[in-house]
Design a protein around this ligand. Structure first.
Ligand code: SF4
Length: 359
C-alpha cells in the first residue's frame, strides 16, 4: 500500500501518524489531497464553525537582553527605537479595548533587564480590575523563565503562582520557534531550549492553566525538525491536555538579521497552507488550528479554513512584532471583516474567548 493510502486510512480511523508519515506530509504528499484530508479532520473536530477572538495586542516594552537573529522587534536598552509603557499607559489602552468590546488582552514584551517584578504583577492586577474583566493572555514561556531566573529570583512554579494570583489567565505560545537545538543555535542563540519552553507549559498546565502553542517555520529548519517540534507538542498535550490551540507562522525575513545572513526566501502561500494542513493531521489531540492572518494575510487565511484551520485568531488592534519585521498585512481587523471572511469561506463565524469558548 502507498504511504498516502496508509495515511488516509489512519486519519479515517482516527489513528496517530508516525514520524515518517509526518515527514511525508511536508515532502511528498499531493498538495490538494493533503488539504482535503486535513479539512475532513477539521470537520470531525469542529463541524462547520470557524472562530475568532475580539482581542487587543499590547507590548509593554521591546527592550530585550537577547538578540535572536530572526527578531526585528527587540532593541537593546539605549538603542534608538526602544519603547516602554507604564502600568497606567497599559491600563489606558486596555480600558479603550474593553470599551470597544475586546474580551482578551494579549501581552508580550522583550526580556527587560531592569523592570522590577512588581511592574509585571501590578500590570496584571490593574488590567484584571477593568470591567467587564478581560481575559489576560500574557507572557511567553521565555519571559516566564526570565522573570523567574533574573527578575524575581524565584522558582518557575512560584512565579506562575504569583502571576496567576495577580490575574494571569493564559500563557501565550510565543518563544517556541523550532525546538531542535541545532536550529535554535542558528536562529536564536542563547535563548532557552525547547525542553525549557515545554517545561514552563507543563508546570502551568499542572496548575490548571491553559496556553497556546506555536511554531515559527520557513527559515533553516528541515521537514524532520518540523515534525519533531509537532510531536513534542503532541506528547505534552497527551500528558496535560492544557493547550487550547496551535498557531504556526512563517518567518518574516525582510527586516531581520537572519535574512541578511542566510538570504532566506519567505515561505510561499502553498507552503503556508501545507504547514497548516500537516499540523492538523499530526496534532490529532489539538482541537484548534489557527490561520494567523497577521502572517498569511486575510485572503490566504480564508483559504486555510479549507486546509485544516478552524480559527482566524483575533482582531488584534495593533500588531508590532511581525510588522517591525516587515509584514505588509493590516495591523488589525474589525469583527465585521473577520466574520465576513469566515462566512465567505463557507463557515459559520463564532466569536470565542481565550479558551475557545463561544462568547
Ligand atoms: S524573539 Fe523575544 S527573546 Fe528573542 S530578541 Fe526578540 S523579544 Fe528578545
Amino acid at each position: 500500500m502507498s504511504v498516502w493510502k496508509i495515511i488516509q486510512e489512519k486519519v479515517g480511523a482516527g489513528k496517530r501518524l508516525s514520524f515518517e508519515e509526518g515527514v511525508y506530509l511536508f515532502q511528498g504528499a499531493d498538495f490538494h489531497s493533503l488539504g482535503q484530508l486535513a479539512d475532513r479532520a477539521r470537520e470531525r473536530k469542529v463541524g462547520t464553525r470557524a472562530s475568532y477572538v475580539f482581542n487587543r495586542y499590547l507590548n509593554y516594552s521591546n527592550v530585550c537582553v537577547l538578540s535572536c537573529q530572526f527578531c526585528a522587534f527587540a532593541r537593546r536598552k539605549r538603542e534608538p527605537g526602544t519603547f516602554e509603557l507604564s502600568v497606567a499607559e497599559m491600563v489606558e489602552e486596555g480600558r479603550k479595548a474593553v470599551g470597544q468590546g475586546a474580551t482578551e488582552i494579549h501581552i508580550v514584551g522583550g526580556l527587560h533587564p531592569s523592570l522590577p517584578y512588581s511592574f509585571y504583577l501590578d500590570m496584571l492586577r490593574a488590567l484584571a480590575e477593568l470591567r467587564p474583566r478581560p481575559m489576560l493572555k500574557v507572557f511567553t514561556a521565555i519571559e516566564i523563565r526570565h522573570l523567574a531566573g533574573r527578575v524575581a529570583k524565584k522558582s518557575i512554579p512560584e512565579v506562575l503562582s504569583d502571576l496567576k494570583e495577580a490575574g494571569l489567565d493564559s500563557l501565550t505560545g510565543g518563544g517556541a520557534e523550532i525546538f531542535d537545538a541545532g536550529v535554535r543555535d542558528r536562529i536564536c542563540r542563547g535563548k532557552e531550549s525547547g525542553e525549557e519552553w515545554l517545561e514552563v507549559h507543563r508546570i502551568w498546565h499542572g496548575m490548571g492553566g491553559r496556553s497556546t502553542a506555536t511554531m515559527l517555520y520557513g527559515h533553516v529548519e528541515t521537514a524532520e525538525q518540523r515534525v519533531d517540534h509537532l510531536e513534542k507538542l503532541r506528547g505534552l498535550q497527551d500528558k496535560t491536555g492544557g493547550f487550547t490551540g496551535f498557531i504556526p507562522f512563517a518567518f518574516e525575513p525582510s527586516q531581520t538579521r537572519l535574512a541578511e545572513l542566510g538570504k532566506i526566501r519567505r515561505a510561499s502561500a502553498l507552503e503556508e497552507l501545507r504547514v497548516i494542513a500537516a499540523s492538523r493531521l499530526i496534532l490529532d489531540n489539538f482541537d484548534h488550528i489557527t490561520a494567523y492572518w497577521i502572517s498569511t494575510g486575510l485572503p490566504l487565511a480564508q483559504i486555510a479554513l479549507s486546509y485544516g484551520a478552524d480559527d482566524l485568531h483575533g482582531t488584534i488592534g495593533e500588531e508590532k512584532i511581525f510588522h517591525m519585521a516587515g509584514a505588509q498585512t493590516p495591523k488589525g481587523q474589525t469583527r465585521g471583516n473577520l466574520e465576513s471572511a469566515i462566512r465567505e469561506a463557507g463557515r459559520e463565524p463564532v466569536q470565542r474567548n481565550t479558551f475557545y469558548e463561544i462568547v
